[in-house]
Design a protein around this ligand. Structure first.
Ligand SMILES: Nc1ncnc2c1ncn2[C@@H]1O[C@H](COP(=O)(O)OP(=O)(O)OP(=O)(O)O)[C@@H](O)[C@H]1O
Ligand SMILES: [Mg+2]
Length: 263
């Protein structure tokens, strides 16, 4: 996996003092390297000197209360927001999928999958990615005829054709019903294991985070306020008492009273 190709998202916004923290060896061994990142809106710092490293091939889940800045961070890593201070190093090959699949209604599914890809790739490239997400039977469908789960899989296929070293997912299962959500979670877990790319998954679902991630981060006050390594074997068993313990610990960190929840 090519993880040694990094570029600053915003070289002009990087103060010299902070660039010096990112030594070449740090850059080469991390899929994501963020140091002293600040993003303010109307004078209010939503992200406030945040540090974050993600290893190549690592699956990281990001939790945090609504409005704490998770999507802002993801958009910065995706290169969609460059009005920042600090150091942000990410692989050149990255892809992002959001809660809403964002398919162009006037393009068939396979054309949506190839949208924005350089070098005029052929239909076969889209077909292969659609097969990987179990959607090859809808290659010629119009987006409006897809179910929510199918549209989300099309969005994942669009991310996969980019052969990302870093896959950024912003609540990709948020709008799905419970059963479709479980299937989509499994699919992402399989794709990650097959592809070996680093994943940063923003989610509100603590169980989903413990099920999928190597490491779970909790964002608060503009920084990564807590991190929890998940050392459970895969595939994970949600009935494992250690699973429940990790889940409860994270819920507590998020300010959810699990005793009251159980009552
Ligand atoms: N373009 C913008 N202009 C002004 N404020 C913004 C902008 N984008 C985000 N914000 C503010 O920054 C804060 C963080 O927003 P963000 O979308 O990152 O939160 P979040 O953690 O993803 O929340 P949620 O879990 O509800 O999706 C919010 O208070 C939001 O209103
Ligand atoms: Mg968000």
């Amino acid at each position: 996996m090519a993880t040694d190709v990094h570029r600053p998202v915003s070289p002009e916004a990087v103060p010299a003092s902070e660039t010096s923290q990112a030594t070449p060896s740090t850059q080469a061994t991390q899929a994501v390297h963020v140091a002293g990142l600040t993003r303010a809106f109307d004078g209010r710092a939503v992200i406030d000197r945040l540090d974050l490293d993600v290893r190549p091939g690592e699956f990281v889940a990001l939790l945090g209360r609504s409005g704490c800045g998770k999507s802002t961070l993801l958009r910065i890593l995706a290169g969609l927001d460059r009005d920042i201070e600090g150091t942000v190093l990410v692989p050149r090959r990255k892809a992002v999928a959001f809660q809403a699949p964002r398919l162009m209604p006037w393009k068939k599914v396979w054309r949506n999958v190839l949208l924005g890809l350089p070098g005029k790739p052929g239909r076969a490239v889209a077909e292969q990615a659609l097969k990987e997400v179990g959607l090859d039977h809808r290659t010629d469908a119009w987006p409006k005829t897809l179910s929510g789960g199918e549209a989300q899989r099309a969005s994942l296929a669009r991310a996969l054709v980019r052969e990302p070293d870093l896959l950024l997912l912003d609540e990709p299962f948020g709008a799905l019903d419970a059963l479709t959500r479980i299937k989509a979670q499994r699919l992402v877990g399989e794709l990650w294991q097959r592809r070996g790319c680093a994943v940063l998954l923003v989610t509100h679902d603590v169980e989903e985070a413990v099920l999928l991630a190597d490491r779970v981060l909790v964002m608060d006050d503009g920084v990564i306020a807590h991190e929890q390594r998940i050392d459970l074997d895969r595939p994970r068993d949600i009935t494992d008492p250690r699973f429940a313990e990790l889940r409860a610990g994270l819920l507590e960190r998020l300010g959810v009273d699990t005793a009251a929840e159980a009552a």
